[in-house]
Design a protein around this ligand. Structure first.
Ligand SMILES: Cc1ncc(COP(=O)(O)O)c(C=O)c1O
Length: 384
């Protein structure tokens, strides 16, 4: 079945006014996501507290998120952010034994480095896997660091700085051979690509709903492979993490038998409304079709930039690229401001302009971005 991406695009009103290439920071708002926010407001006005419905919303997000990751709802914790999920997971690890090492990479988003470094006071030893001279982190670099003292490899799928995509299935195979577990931070991939947790083989996955999953800030997820849930008891807890939320028992901590044990307090209700609506669009469109479209658009962008003599630093190999194209500039902040003036909305990190691309972007968006870059090349081009 072919998908009418033009019709889908019309559901995101900001795209009429802006060349929006910033979904890796915050998605464009869809018509049905706005309707979902409004539905919550209408209920607040009409009935006040609507807990019976609100609880079902949290469960709807759990079920939809499970479908996106191709796992079961019992393996999903609905969290307040990716950071909340990582913190909760970290609170279930014990670093006093022989496996003290947590392996992360130099591609991590800060939160996934900071939280593991925060475990150093409990005995963790955090080791960074560096990039090779070409800027990528090949499997060999992980092979050099993951060993029989490694408890966890906590690694990003797509780097937020340069759009490079790591070989998560390969890293996981390697880690499992050496008795270590793997957590993938798939925030810069999920929604724009298929992230099939079982096919990747990972033990844990974290992310959130404000980027390519089309939802909002203030809601995220943690996937925990079912076989591991029982043995991991988070020190992080709360009443919504209990086996029986309604028990109101203050004599003991009785964690849920499902991944809900990694949750804490009252769910982010209004965010559940938005997340449910965003996830519905992703599921209806299908992540395989989205990935194919995003790959074609990022490829077009890479080619266009090469053609104007201003190549991206993002890997050209499709298998090593996420939904982002990062372009080095000697004045990224200035270039960003110029592009904004032209109603082109990218983002910038370090010395790079980042175009983060979703299925609702068009070929015309990409061409407009490349044409604008060409016009700014003399002033803002790559580092000398
Ligand atoms: C790869 C990655 N991980 C984690 C985060 C942080 O997520 P949160 O703010 O939900 O903790 C981000 C946010 O941009 C990200 O890009």
């Amino acid at each position: 079945m072919s998908i009418d991406f033009d019709a889908l695009r019309r559901r995101f009103p900001v795209l009429e006014r802006k060349t929006y290439l910033n979904s890796g920071s915050y998605c464009a708002l869809a018509d049905t996501v706005r309707d979902a926010f409004n539905a919550y407001m209408d209920e607040r006005l009409a009935v006040g507290a609507n807990w019976d419905v609100w609880v079902t919303k949290n469960e709807a997000v759990r079920a939809a998120m499970a479908q996106v990751l191709r796992v079961t709802p019992d393996e999903i914790a609905v969290t307040a952010s990716a950071s909340a999920g990582i913190n909760s997971l970290a609170s279930a690890f014990d670093f006093t034994g022989a496996r003290k090492k947590v392996v992360i990479s130099d591609f991590e988003f800060p939160t996934n480095a900071q939280i593991w470094h925060a475990q150093e006071r409990l005995g963790a030893e955090v080791v960074h896997v560096p990039a090779a001279v070409d800027g990528y982190i090949p499997l060999e670099n992980f092979a050099r660091v993951i060993d029989d003292r490694t408890q966890l490899v906590a690694v990003t799928q797509v780097c937020f700085r340069n759009g490079a995509r790591l070989d998560i299935a390969g890293i996981t195979r390697l880690a499992h051979e050496r008795g270590a577990r793997v957590m993938v931070d798939c925030y810069q991939a999920i929604g724009a690509m298929t992230v099939d947790a079982r096919a990747l083989g990972v033990d844990f996955a974290v992310g959130g709903m404000l980027k390519y999953l089309l939802g909002t800030a203030g809601i995220g997820f943690l996937y925990v492979r079912s076989e591991l849930i029982d043995e991991l008891v988070p020190g992080n807890s709360g009443w919504f993490a209990q086996q029986d939320i309604a028990a109101m028992d203050i004599t003991a901590n009785r964690p849920s038998r499902t991944a809900r044990r990694f949750e804490a307090g009252t769910p982010p209700v209004v965010n559940c409304y938005a997340a449910e609506a965003g996830l519905k669009i992703i599921l209806e469109t299908g992540t395989d079709a989205i990935e194919e479209r995003v790959r074609a658009l990022t490829r077009r962008c890479m080619q266009g930039l090469a053609d104007i003599g201003w190549p991206a630093i993002t890997p050209p190999d499709d298998a090593r690229r996420g939904p982002m194209v990062a372009v080095p500039s000697r004045d990224a902040a200035g270039l960003f401001a110029r592009l904004l003036d032209q109603d082109i909305v990218p983002s910038f990190r370090d010395n790079n302009i980042r175009a983060t691309i979703h299925f609702y972007n068009s070929e015309a968006d990409i061409d407009r971005f490349v044409a604008a870059m060409s016009a700014h090349k003399a002033r803002c081009g790559p580092q000398a």
